[in-house]
Design a protein around this ligand. Structure first.
Ligand code: ZN
Length: 391
């Protein structure tokens, strides 16, 4: 990568314009499933910038996805920048810039990152720097669980609204994740026949849903130990965790229902489907042993994935990172699940999550340093030049 391009990109990123874009997005509240207004705002910004914008319902007409492309006019691969505009359901904190840091709801997760990706698109256009191919910017709703179910990303994949590779500017600056665990949220509802009854009036042999719940929790606890053997060199190991156990009304009444909720995480190459089947089997054994019925709700939030660390997206990213920072980013795993899991496991395209070193995601104290937004804008522009015009 030549130094002239590096200087041109650094000189073209407009710090104030980037801040203004991020603030304009953050100031529109957008809890998951209600991101329509901020999607409209993003579309307005792109249109005012002169980018042709497409909107697609993508299975959620209340907030059609926003899609804009920068086309070099020459044949080549498409690099996608993708972000979610929705936020977790917490009280809204308005944006403010203080000490060169942007604060406010979704500044970290992840409208700051989306603004940086958009700034990269502007820079690429101003410099006419794309040697070939095109860059696609997409933004959508329905990301944050448990409110969202990922339907818009799946619809984008189904409808072919994806690139040949995708960068996601979530709040992870290090390492560069090439693998990640899948996660399913489970709810086991344990029931017995009959109605709640005083303990001394129970017919003999009445199944005890509390005992069944306790057995299930114990069994999951033991299973978690043995799941550690299912390990992956980067992604860690399988696990299961119980976060909620709920039953009973008063101390001497036999209840009819007990609920156990938690997570089950797995490393590649296991699939969510296989994990769910194994989980169902285990519940059936507990049900038989305790004379209860157990219903399972199992929601796959994201599948496990691994991308080839020798693929052209990783190579382009590392070349750009070396040019900008002086060294490649250490390779590692993604600690959380994001839409990259879906792009990689369901669309089969390389997906890299990399964004600003921001803090406070899923809290009332989100913050992102402006320097980090600038760094991500430069890095995304340089990666696009490498990826789209690569060897
Ligand atoms: Zn996020």
């Amino acid at each position: 990568m030549n130094n002239a391009l590096l200087d041109q990109v650094a000189g073209t990123v407009d710090r104030q314009r980037l801040i203004d874009t991020a603030v304009a997005l953050v100031e529109v509240p957008s809890p998951t499933r209600s991101a329509g207004a901020v999607a409209d705002r993003l579309a307005e910004i792109l249109t005012a910038d002169g980018f042709p914008v497409q909107r697609h319902d993508a299975d959620w007409p209340k907030a059609p996805i926003v899609m804009a492309a920068l086309d070099s006019g020459r044949p080549g691969p498409t690099l996608q920048f993708d972000g979610h505009l929705d936020t977790v359901h917490l009280p809204f904190v308005p944006p403010r810039v203080e000490d060169d840091t942007l604060y406010g709801s979704s500044s970290a997760d992840m409208k700051g990152g989306i603004a940086a990706a958009l700034e990269a698109l502007r820079v690429l256009r101003t410099l006419d720097a794309l040697p070939a191919g095109r860059v696609l910017l997409t933004a959508h709703d329905h990301h944050e669980g448990p409110w969202g179910d990922g339907r818009q990303v799946r619809a984008m994949i189904r409808e072919g609204l994806v690139g040949d590779a995708v960068l996601l500017p979530e709040y992870l600056a290090e390492p560069l994740p090439v693998a990640g665990r899948g996660v399913g949220i489970f709810q086991a509802t344990i029931r017995r026949e009959g109605t709640p009854v005083h303990e001394v009036l129970r017919p003999s042999g009445t199944p005890d849903v509390l005992v069944a719940g306790a057995q299930l929790v114990n069994r999951l606890h033991g299973w978690n130990e043995s799941l550690k053997e299912k390990a992956h060199p980067l992604a860690g190991h399988d696990s299961t965790f119980v976060g909620k156990l709920q039953s009973g009304e008063i101390y001497n009444q036999s209840p009819t229902e007990c609920i156990v909720q938690g997570t089950r995480r797995w490393v590649p190459p296991s699939s969510g489907k296989a994990v769910q089947e194994e989980f169902s089997q285990m519940l059936a054994e507990v049900a038989t042993a305790t004379g209860t019925d157990i219903d399972l709700e199992f929601t796959v939030q994201g599948n496990a994935y691994q991308i080839d660390s020798g693929n052209s997206l990783v190579a382009a990213f590392q070349k750009a990172h070396r040019a900008l920072i002086g060294s490649p980013l250490p390779i590692g795993a993604k600690p959380f699940v994001d839409d990259g899991n879906t792009f990689a496991s369901e669309a089969g395209i390389p997906a890299l999550t990399h964004g600003p070193a921001a803090t406070g995601a899923h809290t009332l104290n989100e913050a992102v340093p402006v320097d980090e937004l600038v760094r991500v804008a430069e890095l995304y522009a340089l990666t696009a030049v490498e990826f789209c015009g690569g060897p």
